[in-house]
Design a protein around this ligand. Structure first.
Ligand SMILES: Cc1cc2nc3c(=O)[nH]c(=O)nc-3n(C[C@H](O)[C@H](O)[C@H](O)COP(=O)(O)O)c2cc1C
Length: 223
């Protein structure tokens, strides 16, 4: 199988990382590959911040504090409220299957809360990549461009033996992010991507989300 096809099928979200930082060279190689993503009229709306070290630890500790204090999130990109029914089922299924794998029961609120806090800490990844764009861009197409770039970045990370987890959770408190990263208010923060070397021994990294069967999603017309 061609390597691109293989990477598309084998990449998965990584939710436990080794503490080792990724060398600057490798980070550069990753970001250098990601910038070749397609975009509307080659406008390349993305602006990225790669963070590591103590800054990641301090920022995620602030996130955990905000969650503990029940500070209302105010993400630059609003969270989806509802989904169409089938998608809502997929959303519930992925959480159910992940908790099943981890042996966390439905009623075990403490373990579920701990998972949520772990997510808030970027799963202890040594790096977070913040994805932003200038607010003057027209949102629907800029977001399409962001998606293309983010997926490419995740595939490039996979090719470099790195793990990623795209996390809306890491974008819930833009004011805290701006405190550390000097991202101006004129930039919208889209998502944070947890990045590092996968902890291969962690149970959570065995998780594989499912996909709808091909023929449920694709109609074939005249071909
Ligand atoms: C925009 C976006 C936001 C996401 N936010 C989170 C998040 O906050 N926490 C998390 O654990 N996973 C998050 N994910 C990862 C999805 O849950 C994951 O991509 C999906 O379940 C498919 O699994 P896979 O990535 O392993 O193929 C996010 C993915 C996307 C594209």
């Amino acid at each position: 199988m061609h390597k691109v096809l293989e990477s598309l099928k084998k990449r998965r979200s990584i939710r436990a990382f080794k503490p080792d930082p990724v060398p600057r060279e490798t980070l550069r190689e990753l970001m250098d590959a990601a910038r070749w993503a397609p975009s509307w009229g080659n406008t390349q709306p993305w602006e990225l911040v790669v963070m590591g070290g103590q800054t990641v630890k301090q920022l995620t500790a602030d996130f955990v504090e905000a969650v503990a204090q029940k500070v209302p999130p105010n993400p630059d990109i609003p969270m989806p409220g509802t989904f169409p029914e089938q998608a809502q089922n997929r959303y519930l299924t992925v959480a159910k299957e992940l908790f099943q794998l981890l042996g966390i029961a439905r009623e075990d609120k403490t373990a579920r809360q701990e998972h949520m806090l772990n997510m808030t800490r970027a799963f202890a990844a040594p790096h977070i990549i913040y994805v932003t764009f200038q607010r003057d861009f027209s949102i629907p197409y800029a977001m399409l461009d962001m998606g293309a770039m983010v997926h490419g970045l995740c595939l490039a990370a996979y090719a470099l033996d790195l793990g990623t987890c795209i996390e809306a959770q890491l974008a819930l408190y833009p004011d805290l992010i701006r405190k550390y990263l000097e991202i101006p208010a004129t930039q919208k923060i889209v998502v944070g991507i947890a990045l590092g070397y996968p902890d291969e021994k962690a149970k959570i990294n065995e998780f594989r989300s499912s996909r709808e069967p091909l023929d449920k999603l694709v109609r074939w017309v005249d071909c």
